[in-house]
Each structure stands twice: as structure tokens, then as C-alpha cells.
Write a new protein. Structure first.
Length: 262
């Protein structure tokens, strides 16, 4: 059976669950890249602007553009007080609406597995970055067990349901990322793993944030009340709480960077 596709159209819903994860991984990612200030950045697949905001806060960029296909996500990104200096535009990662060599840095934050043809997406990042510039990404290691939603995915499988997945989860492995960067002609390629933790006050807080995402909520409704309750119960059992009821769990992303040949 073909897995239902994860889609993010509601910026506020994305922010409740995935935005905090994105920022946590993004902090480590930016520490690793250690970019100098005053660069021109393009955030491909910027979504709700969580990572764009980090770039502005941490990197003192000369310019930031965020590109995303979802107007709902872009509207949320524009509403962030700290992204007022950024430009957000609707666009396709495989055909970026910007001139060649326009930027110093191109990044994809938790995006590569959403690009139908990842190699085209990487080639576009290379196209819009100047010679010597940086092309980088990080993505959840979904097939390697690093996805923040893995407990929910396992619970769905246990009741015979197919969990929502991005169209190209295999693109997020370290080997696949390395092949993509090499295939795009990038040099000085480096990789690393990023592991982050997140806590929720209790399982209900986690569940409320999780089902705010449209693709999962619609799937649970389609399963019916009994099966949906079984999914929730199994996920709860797989996420033990501490003595105070608090749940803490980790997620793992693979990161890569490379330089456009001078």
C-alpha cells in the first residue's frame, strides 16, 4: 500500500509539533556550520519560518529569503516578529524563483525528503549559490528510526494502518545525502548526526500537538473511534513517563554541507 503523504499547510499546527523540533536541531546545525555574519541566505522549504528565524537570530545575515510551496505556511512565517527582515516567496524547490549565484548559503531544513526529485532540489541550491558558497541540509533519519513521530507510526502499523510519510524518506540517510551532494558537484563535503530531545508535560500534551497536523488527524478520523483510540493507547504505552508524568524522547537528524566549486 502506498503511504499517505505528509503535508503541512497550517503553519500554526506545524509550529505546535514540528517547529520546536526544527529549532532544536537547527541550533546544533548552525553551531556546526559556524557561518560568518553578513551572508545572503536562502531557506528552501522554509515552512513556518522556524529555521529562518534562527538564521536571523544567530547569523546576522545581510539577506534572507524563504521559499515554500504553501501559502498557509508562508503567511505564518511572515507573522513572526523576528522574521520581518526576511522575504518570503511561494516557489518550488526544484525550480527556485531566483537568479543564479544570488546567495552565499542555501539550506534545506527538514525538507529534502519532501522534494519529489531530491537531486533536482540540490542542483537548484547549487545554481543559486555563488562559487565558493555553502549548500547544506539536515533531515530526520526516518528510515533509521530518528523521526520524532516514530512511536505514533509504530502504533498506526499495529492496527494495520499506513502512517503518513514524506514522498522520499530514503533521501535523508547519510549515504543518500552524500551521493546527492557528490552528484551535484559539490566539494568539501562534511556530514554529522544531530540528536535532540524534547519534553512534554504529559502524554496528552504530546498527543494534542501531534494530532494538530492535518495528515495525521485525517487518517485517525478515517480509521474510526475504536482504532484511533487503540493507536493513542499504544503510542502512550511506548512513551513511558517519569514520576511526574513528563515525557522526554529524542530524535535524530542527518546533516550535510558542501561548497560550490570556485
Amino acid at each position: 500500500m502506498t503511504a499517505p503523504t505528509v503535508r503541512f499547510e497550517d503553519g500554526a499546527a506545524y509550529e505546535r509539533m514540528m517547529g520546536a523540533w526544527s529549532r532544536a536541531a537547527g541550533e546544533t546545525f548552525l553551531d556546526w556550520l559556524a557561518p560568518q555574519p553578513g551572508l545572503r541566505w536562502i531557506d528552501v522549504g522554509c515552512g513556518s519560518g522556524a529555521f529562518t528565524e534562527l538564521v536571523i537570530q544567530r547569523c546576522r545575515p545581510a539577506e534572507v529569503q524563504g521559499i515554500d510551496p504553501s501559502e498557509g505556511q508562508l503567511a505564518f512565517a511572515r507573522s513572526r516578529p523576528e522574521t520581518r527582515g526576511a522575504t518570503f516567496r511561494q516557489g518550488d524547490a526544484m525550480a527556485l524563483p531566483v537568479d543564479a549565484g544570488r546567495f552565499d548559503v542555501a539550506v534545506m531544513a527538514l525538507v529534502i525528503f519532501f522534494v519529489p526529485e531530491p537531486a533536482r532540489g540540490v542542483a537548484e541550491m547549487v545554481r543559486v549559490v555563488r562559487p565558493g558558497g555553502l549548500v547544506a541540509a539536515y533531515a530526520w533519519d526516518i528510515l533509521g528510526g530518528g523521526f520524532p513521530m516514530r512511536a505514533v507510526a509504530a502504533a498506526l502499523k499495529a492496527v494495520g494502518a499506513t502512517p503518513p510519510m514524506p514522498p522520499r524518506p530514503e533521501a535523508a540517510s547519510t549515504d543518500a545525502l552524500g551521493a546527492l551532494w557528490q552528484g551535484a558537484g559539490l566539494g568539501a563535503i562534511a556530514t554529522r548526526e544531530i540528536t535532540v530531545e524534547r519534553s512534554f508535560g504529559d502524554f496528552e500534551e504530546f498527543w494534542d500537538a501531534t494530532i494538530a497536523m492535518d495528515s495525521l488527524r485525517q487518517l485517525l478520523v478515517g480509521l474510526g473511534p475504536e482504532a484511533a483510540s487503540a493507536v493513542k493507547a499504544r503510542a502512550c504505552a511506548d512513551m513511558p513517563a517519569d514520576a511526574s508524568g513528563r515525557i522526554t524522547f529524542s530524535a535524530r537528524a542527518n546533516a550535510i554541507s558542501g561548497r560550490v566549486p570556485a
